[in-house]
Design a protein around this ligand. Structure first.
Ligand SMILES: [Zn+2]
Length: 220
């Protein structure tokens, strides 16, 4: 289901719920990380800057246009607003976005190694390896541009020396994607301790990546 099928109120409620889940499931600590979602009117809802997720309410969320102009809300939007808005501006099929600092995923981000898609469900839900976007300084439009272009045919990308960016149709989808990436990063890290990680056969990989593309674009 696309978040464009959700009402504005439902989208905001799901952003708030997902933000709290992101903290509860240890994808972030403190006030780190942030979320965005497209609203039915084409604008976006973003989590606010530097606010405890436990205390966050619907009134704390910030509504902006896709260029980042604040349309409603008492607080300032996340300092990573450009990241979320660039992804939604660049890709019509992305309606929800999450940035987090998941621990195992960030181990790959700081060593600038992709997380290989060696588990079938990763190919189906993410589209392939979770690659590493080139380093750009946090909070900049340059980072937003670099990261957003990497989610053309993938549901997640690592941000060098920083963390993870995940995209989907709804905030709940992106929580699933980010959790799956983190789980895979931990599995690959552990698997490398006990032996050689064996790739999925090419043909299967291509078929499953096709399922992901179909989910994104409606085309194989
Ligand atoms: Zn961050």
């Amino acid at each position: 289901m696309s978040s464009s099928k959700l009402t504005s109120q439902e989208t905001k409620e799901m952003v708030l719920w997902t933000a709290k889940e992101m903290l509860r499931t240890n994808l972030v600590e403190g006030t780190a990380g942030n979320l965005g979602a497209r609203l039915p009117d084409g604008n976006a809802v973003l989590t606010p800057s530097s606010l405890d997720y436990m205390e966050m309410t619907l009134d704390d969320l910030v509504i902006t246009d896709l260029d980042g102009n604040v349309l409603a809300g008492e607080r300032g939007p996340t300092t990573e607003k450009a990241l979320h808005l660039s992804a939604m501006r660049m890709h019509d099929d992305i309606d929800a976005t999450m940035h987090c600092h998941a621990k195992f995923a960030t181990m790959f981000a700081v060593t600038r190694q992709p997380i290989p898609a060696v588990i079938e469900e990763v190919v189906v839900f993410i589209g392939g390896d979770v690659e590493v976007a080139d380093y750009r300084t946090t909070g900049t439009d340059e980072l937003a541009e670099e990261v957003a272009k990497r989610v053309e045919d993938r549901a997640a990308v690592l941000m060098a020396n920083h963390g993870l960016f995940a995209v989907g149709k709804t905030p709940k989808d992106v929580l699933h994607i980010a959790s799956l990436v983190e789980r895979t990063a931990e599995i690959v890290w552990g698997a490398r301790q006990i032996g050689e990680v064996v790739p999925i056969p090419d043909e299967v990989n291509q078929t499953f990546a096709g399922y992901y593309r179909f989910g994104r674009t409606g085309k194989f």
